[in-house]
Write a protein that binds this ligand. Structure first.
Ligand code: C2E
Ligand code: MG
Ligand code: MG
Ligand code: MG
Length: 279
């Protein structure tokens, strides 16, 4: 099975056991239902260039609008969906919904901003590049409208195969960013071989800036690695002006976080984008 190593299966098992078999099955049935009944939706969190202050993209973040339990955050259903494989269907829905939204924004005359879609390890198969190409085609989008965020866990299995898939995606012109960078196990010797556009500094490091010397050192180091390898670097989870100032002087290219905006419903996001671009 693609993307399913032994270590990973073990981790998923212990995680799921906390939930209990019954709760787990209820959640899975509910999520299948959510897909069929169109209960999932995307929110969009703006990403900004530190230099110009321009909004240069957005991260699409999935939510589940449950008829009884209300808005359920992804942390409460994505890990389970990853363990059952249902995340592949969720991912297909997310990719299509993001492309449909991008098409609407394009038709409304907005500038091409990259919509970043999170892709979990299970979805990162040889079928993915074809699916991405088909979505761009179906929604009449240039590749500049789309970006994929992958995590280090994607890179842990069969490196040559993963690089092959990455190459096919970047050949389409779709940028890849490495999410939650620094929290996984990706080896620096492989990092130079990945056709990555952007490194994303994990929120756990941003949070400690500027008071925690280690977090400052880690963030500075990630920025420096990105610069040396000619990647862009973005910090996620920026909540304070002090964090922004530190990242700016350390040479970070882009920022994303509550200081600028929370993830927004599509209509709200469009307003913020128009304001930012004076449209
Ligand atoms: P992530 O990809 O690292 O996304 C960033 C998370 O940090 C989002 O949480 C976002 O709302 C939150 N965040 C952004 N700025 C701040 C900030 O300044 N402060 C704080 N405290 N939080 C901030 P969210 O939307 O709950 O998503 C959590 C995770 O769920 C994501 O982490 C991602 O791993 C996963 N996820 C979300 N949508 C999808 C999806 O469509 N597919 C897959 N496979 N995973 C997804
Ligand atoms: Mg992400
Ligand atoms: Mg992230
Ligand atoms: Mg993160």
């Amino acid at each position: 099975q693609d993307g399913g190593g032994d270590a990973e299966s073990v981790a998923f098992y212990s995680q799921d056991m906390n939930l209990g078999m019954q709760a787990r099955m209820r959640l899975e049935t509910g999520l299948r239902h959510a897909l069929a009944e169109n209960q999932l939706l995307l929110h969009y969190q703006p990403k900004y260039a530190l230099g110009s202050g321009r909004m240069i993209g957005a991260e699409a973040l999935v939510r589940w609008r449950h008829p009884v339990h209300g808005m359920i955050p992804p942390a409460e259903f994505i890990p389970l969906a990853e363990s059952t494989g249902l995340v592949v269907q969720v991912g297909e829905w997310v990719l299509e919904a993001a492309c449909a939204q991008a098409q609407a924004w394009k038709q409304a005359g907005l500038p091409p901003i990259r919509i970043a879609v999170n892709v979990s390890a299970r979805e990162f198969t040889s079928a993915l590049p074809g699916r991405v190409a088909a979505m761009l085609e179906r929604y009449g989008l240039e590749a500049a409208w789309l970006e994929l965020e992958i995590t280090e866990s994607t890179l842990m299995h069969n490196i040559e195969r993963v690089i092959g898939i990455m190459d096919r995606i970047t050949a389409l012109g779709v940028a890849l960013s490495l999410d939650d960078f620094g929290t996984g196990y990706s080896s620096l010797s492989y990092l130079k071989r990945f056709p990555i556009d952007t490194l994303k500094i994990d929120r756990s490091f941003t949070t400690g800036i500027p008071s925690d010397a280690s977090d400052c050192a880690i963030a500075t180091t990630i920025i420096s690695i990105a610069q040396q390898l000619h990647h862009k670097v973005i910090a996620e989870g920026v909540e304070t002006a002090e964090q922004m100032a530190f990242l700016n002087s350390a040479g970070c290219d882009e920022v994303q976080g509550y200081l600028f905006s929370r993830p927004l419903a599509a209509e709200e996001f469009e307003c913020v984008l128009r304001l930012n671009w004076n449209l």
